[in-house]
Write a protein that binds this ligand. Structure first.
Ligand SMILES: NC(=O)c1ccc[n+]([C@@H]2O[C@H](COP(=O)([O-])OP(=O)(O)OC[C@H]3O[C@@H](n4cnc5c(N)ncnc54)[C@H](O)[C@@H]3O)[C@@H](O)[C@H]2O)c1
Length: 329
């Protein structure tokens, strides 16, 4: 297939592009604004055409589509909940305006469209798991703007018969994830002997999904999903944040006295959990259990210092100081 992958220089997008080119022989055009989270080096070993631009810019989207594609897969988003609390505007621009521009382009050209979304649109659940029919109940500017984008996608299916599907993933982890997110943050801090900042009591539960499993699920929906359908893509295992941190301590050889409980995130969702029966019926299944994926991820960060050294000395350092009120070591 010939694909336009928006946000393909980020964590999940770059894993998806690597998979599609390497395993499916797809030709891929990447459109990416290269925010702090977008890194061309994520794709340095993958053949693709790169267009630098924002999805909310119709001229940039038209430029990218000049290359001739059959489908659009949209990963592009502002993705960090903490940043959405301190500065929500960019989240509205990218999630709302950007998704609108892409949907218009898909409508005009009759393109297949897949929106990459998140379990956070359902909000928190104490027991059981969310299905695709569960009510949408987002609680942060990040999840609210992702929900808005999902609703816009559905409206384009109903109103303009755009051939679009939505894929809602649970918490992804794996190589090339920006270190503001829990798992790479803890791995890099543990490797440096820096404190491990745990929000509140650390008993928030997440449903962990290895990035390659998520990417494969999105490819599966692209090829086999129905127009207008939503597919949950949940990981095989749940764990509390504190349990994740303890496993990382064990894998890195750090010590528990590095754990530091810090003030909880405002409105922090307690538990996310997805039922993924619908995508399983389509033939997808998660392959990587959390223990195995986490071990691989820790090994990847140990071995790929070239990838994260520039991040730990740049914008991220200032962000970290603002967020946690202390400098990185
Ligand atoms: N990380 C997770 O745990 C997770 C889970 C479920 C769903 N998702 C969704 O998956 C998608 C990818 O997440 P990620 O973790 O890879 O994010 P990321 O922050 O690593 O990457 C986002 C990418 O989008 C690009 N981008 C941002 N704004 C843009 C814009 N306006 N125009 C063009 N490009 C832009 C960035 O430069 C970056 O390359 C997002 O839509 C996110 O909501 C993420």
């Amino acid at each position: 297939m010939r694909l336009l992958v928006c946000g393909g220089a980020g964590f999940i997008g770059s894993n998806f592009v690597r998979q599609r080119v390497g395993e499916h022989g797809d030709e891929v055009v990447v459109l990416d604004k290269l925010t702090y989270a977008g890194r061309p080096e994520n794709l340095r070993d993958v053949e693709h055409v790169f267009v630098h631009g924002a999805i909310e810019d119709p001229a940039a989207v038209a430029d990218a589509l000049e290359h001739g594609v059959e489908a659009v897969v949209n990963f592009a988003a502002e993705t960090h909940v903490d940043r959405s609390i301190s500065g929500p505007e960019a989240f509205l621009r990218t999630q709302m305006d950007g998704t609108y521009v892409l949907l218009e382009a898909a409508r005009e050209r009759g393109l297949r469209y897949v929106q990459v979304s998140t379990d956070e649109v359902y909000g928190s659940i104490e027991e059981g798991s969310f299905t695709e029919a569960s009510p949408l109940n987002p609680s942060s500017p990040y999840s609210a703007t992702k929900t808005g984008a999902d609703l816009l996608v559905t409206s384009y299916v109903h109103t303009y018969a755009v051939n679009a599907s939505i894929c809602r993933g649970s918490n992804a982890y794996g190589p090339r994830q920006y270190p503001e997110k829990l798992i790479p943050l803890m791995i890099l801090n543990a490797l440096h002997g820096d404190p491990l900042p745990v929000y509140g009591d650390g008993l928030q539960v997440r449903n962990w999904l290895y990035v390659e499993d998520f990417a494969r699920g999105i490819g599966h929906v692209l090829q086999h999903g129905q127009a207008g359908a939503v597919y949950n893509v949940g990981g095989p295992d749940e764990a509390t944040n504190l349990d994740v941190v303890r496993r990382i301590i064990a894998l890195t050889g750090a010590t528990e006295d590095l754990i530091e409980h810090v003030t909880d995130r405002p409105g922090h969702d307690r538990r996310y959990s997805l039922a993924s029966d619908k995508i399983r019926a389509l033939g997808w299944q998660a392959q990587v259990r959390f223990d195995q994926g986490l071990e691989h991820t820790v090994a990847w960060y140990r071995e790929n210092t070239w990838w994260w050294e520039p991040i730990r000395s740049g914008e991220y350092r200032a962000y970290y100081e603002r967020q946690y009120g202390r400098a990185l070591g």
